[in-house]
Design a protein around this ligand. Structure first.
Ligand SMILES: Cc1cc2nc3c(=O)[nH]c(=O)nc-3n(C[C@H](O)[C@H](O)[C@H](O)COP(=O)(O)OP(=O)(O)OC[C@H]3O[C@@H](n4cnc5c(N)ncnc54)[C@H](O)[C@@H]3O)c2cc1C
Length: 666
């Protein structure tokens, strides 16, 4: 039976944080996650790394101070993942809090944040209101701006786990579901299921970081341990196809005055959240129509351009569950402090994390390590978590090695729920493999090196080259950040011909004579490396500007072999052909989406005129969240015209045809 210092249940941000803190402190640790990292609340939050301005009203000063400290640590150690955003507080004639009240709150916020530059605030001059994404200005008295952090919660969670793995000593069992734990005097015996088998291991300490499932996990411990009374409260977010760009709007709901955020999110707008009491199993959390209406009312009220917005316009929706101390108060007014419970004070064997904030994951993990230190052997520390730089997982050095198992998992993942479907415009890596039926036309003329004009021929008719054949298709795309993509395309065409020459043909430095048995090969290989920048980007559509270089290699070979004559003429042309163009994606529904791209450039360098055009349109059907089947049509046209005295001639080539392919993306 494998032995660990710490075993953690739950791959949300808290589980990830404890895994990282445990290995940083020199321990061995196993994280058990039943689905995928951040598949629970940690991908369904408002994605804010914030001090919690509104907690000042309920005098939760310690929480605000700790959150502001964590915010500044995260801005430093995770600059790729946590960005400072402008927050706007519009104050209308009927807004509950007056500008002076907000300014007092922000002043206290700055004080608790140590007056660092991120705690600056002020009023937006009236002349600048026009820049606020069409915000309603009727009865608007003031707009106050301050700053807080925004992140991608799921990416942050994955980055924390990756940092733990990079450090060494961390293991992740996933998908693997915790079943039961038995307490022994000096530790815990744990059973979990993975790959259809029951696996056992031991730990000095079991950390229950199962979020809303934590009470259920705690109930599987034998002998029974204390389970705090908690309530689950559902919070829903919606994404609408409208881009707010100035920053995050922190507004009062016109329905009940609760605070709601309207935020830029991957080229669209994320609006949240609600607070709906929840009594079912955490697996059943899903956005309710009335929650969506409540959030749409916020958008319509504050942004007149959205007055006709309906539920049909929502492109993405998700619901997460807050774990709050059980109480009769409204969820909005309850404490957001994390609850930690241990099975015993001295040398705890089980420690549970209930509630908490995305912002405070690192501090919560540090607190857990402090609470369980007496149960763990002393080990040499590997790192300090406030110094460990967090990167987007794809930029890590292990990314390439992770790609293979992730791809395999993607292929094997069978049962997906609606919210597991990632919009194609958000996919980070895409691999496309397929085949196309290409019909080609090749016209060429190769003059001799002595300047004698070659014979202009159509290679299909004159050389008997296959007019159509099957060719493979390969494409890969990697998205870096939200808007930058790199795309690689590989295209090849190999054709052979076997014919008898009918009329004399001057083919570079040889003359092919009538009656010559002629064998030809014509091959074209093209590797396109393209940088794409998304000029329009939302969950529903994406339009990217493309600039690419296509390394093109064309090789033509003609052979005549008779007893009397032996001719072997080879002609190679290779070089990079640049293109510019547009690449667009349109998402019709969760299952259907379309891709189209067009790239073209005509160049003139010294004695060469060249142009390359690549056009492609594809329709895709998503079979599984990560796997799509596509059909499409592509056209490639290359025209090269050389006037160089020793190698003049032209090569005009076009190929087009239908294609079928499979795309794996995540
Ligand atoms: C609507 C909403 C908005 C929020 N917005 C913010 C915000 O803007 N900023 C902020 O700081 N905080 C925010 N929070 C709070 C924050 O999101 C949560 O505190 C945090 O994500 C909780 O993380 P967790 O790891 O405890 O739980 P989770 O992320 O839910 O992780 C629990 C994990 O345990 C796994 N699990 C469950 N049972 C088992 C089992 N038997 N075996 C193995 N694995 C299991 C689940 O699959 C899941 O992945 C928000 C919360 C909500 C609900």
């Amino acid at each position: 039976m494998k032995e660990y210092d710490v075993v953690i249940i739950g791959g949300g941000v808290h589980g990830a944080g404890v895994l990282q803190a445990a290995v940083a402190a020199g321990h061995s640790a196993l994280l058990i996650e039943r689905k995928s990292l951040a598949s629970g609340t940690s991908s369904k939050s408002s994605k804010l790394i914030h001090g919690g301005l509104r907690y000042l009203e309920s005098a939760q000063f310690a929480l605000v101070r700790e959150s502001l400290r964590e915010r500044s640590i995260l801005l430093r150690i995770a600059p790729e993942l946590v960005k400072l955003q402008a927050f706007y507080l519009p104050v209308y004639r009927d807004t509950r809090r007056r500008p002076w009240q907000l300014k007092i709150g922000l002043w206290m916020y700055a004080l608790l944040g140590g007056f660092d530059s991120a705690t600056r605030f002020g009023s937006v001059p009236k002349s600048d209101w026009i820049k606020l994404d069409g915000l309603q200005t009727k009865n608007l008295d003031a707009v106050i701006r301050y700053y807080d952090g925004q992140t991608d919660d799921a990416e942050l969670t994955r980055a924390v786990v990756q940092s733990a793995i990079d450090l060494g000593g961390a293991e992740v069992a996933m998908p693997a579901s915790f079943d039961q734990a038995t307490l022994r005097e000096d530790g815990v015996e744990i059973r979990y299921s993975a790959g259809g088998a029951s696996v056992s291991c031991t730990a000095r300490v079991l950390v229950n970081a199962a979020g809303p499932w934590a009470p259920h996990v705690a109930a599987q411990v034998d002998p029974p341990i204390f389970i705090p009374a908690v309530d689950l409260v559902q919070g829903t977010h919606i994404v609408i196809p409208f881009a707010v760009t100035a920053g995050i709007y922190y507004v009062e709901s016109p329905t009940d005055g609760r605070a709601v955020f309207v935020m830029p999110w991957h080229g669209a707008t994320l609006i949240g959240t609600t607070e709906t009491p929840f009594n079912a199993s955490p697996d059943q959390a899903h956005p309710l129509p009335e929650e969506e209406d409540y959030l749409l009312a916020v958008a319509r009220h504050y942004f007149p351009a959205l007055k006709s917005l309906t539920r049909a316009d929502i492109t993405q929706r998700f619901a997460g569950l807050r774990v709050l101390p059980a109480a009769s108060q409204k969820a909005f007014d309850r404490s957001r402090e994390t609850i930690f419970t241990a099975d015993r004070d001295l040398r705890p064997r089980v420690l549970g994390i209930y509630g908490g904030k995305l912002t405070g994951w690192r501090a919560a993990a540090a607190h857990v390590m402090q609470r369980i230190a007496s149960s763990l052997p002393h080990r040499p520390r590997r790192a300090d978590t406030d110094q460990m730089i967090l990167r987007r997982p794809l930029m890590n050095k292990n990314a390439t090695f992770m790609l293979v198992p992730v791809l395999a998992m993607a292929l094997l993942s069978g049962h997906a729920r609606a919210e597991d479907y990632l919009s194609p415009t958000q996919e980070r890596v895409r691999l496309t493999i397929g085949a196309s039926r290409q019909s080609s036309t090749t016209n060429l003329q190769l003059d001799s090196s002595a300047g004698v004009q070659g014979t202009a021929v159509n290679a299909e008719d004159t050389f008997g080259l296959d007019k159509s054949d099957f060719e493979p298709k390969f494409q890969a795309m990697v998205r870096v950040g939200e808007r930058h993509r790199l795309r690689f395309d590989y295209f090849s065409l190999d054709r052979t011909g076997n014919t008898t020459v009918l009329d004399p043909i001057i083919f570079r430095d040889v003359t092919l004579l009538p009656g010559d048995p002629l064998k030809t090969n014509l091959s074209l290989r093209m590797l396109g490396i393209n940088y794409e920048y998304s000029i329009l980007h939302s969950d529903r559509y994406e339009v990217a500007f493309t600039i690419g270089v296509n390394d093109t290699d064309i090789s033509a070979r003609g052979r005549v072999s008779t007893q009397a004559r032996h001719v072997d003429q080879t002609e190679d042309q290779a070089g990079p052909l640049p293109t510019i163009g547009l690449d667009a994606t349109y998402v019709l529904s969760k299952r259907f989406y379309f891709d189209a791209r067009g790239q073209y450039l005509k160049i003139h360098v010294q004695n060469l005129d060249g142009s390359l055009g690549i056009y492609e349109v594809d329709g895709l059907y998503r079979l599984r969240p990560n796997i799509s089947f596509g059909v499409g049509y592509n056209i490639v046209r290359a025209d090269l015209d050389s006037t160089k005295s020793t190698e003049s001639g032209f090569f005009n080539f076009s190929t087009k045809g239908p294609e079928v392919f499979v795309r794996v993306a995540f």
